[in-house]
Write a protein of this length. Structure first.
Length: 56
């Protein structure tokens, strides 16, 4: 039973470290969009995801 606990603790620690390692908020591809670009994507039947959150 102790081995299971150690394995779970190690896996949890590894998960926390990997999230911090791979997370880079400046590497995102998010950008402001003009209305004509949105219209063009919709006309081309492309999936459009719009994040309407405020940066307060």
């Amino acid at each position: 039973m102790m081995a299971w606990g150690q394995a779970a603790a190690f896996g949890g620690l590894l998960g926390l470290v990997s999230f911090g390692w791979f997370y880079h908020p400046d590497d995102g591809f998010w950008r402001p969009y003009p209305g004509d670009v949105l219209s063009q994507h919709l006309e081309d039947n492309q999936t459009v995801l719009i994040d309407f959150t405020a940066d307060w």
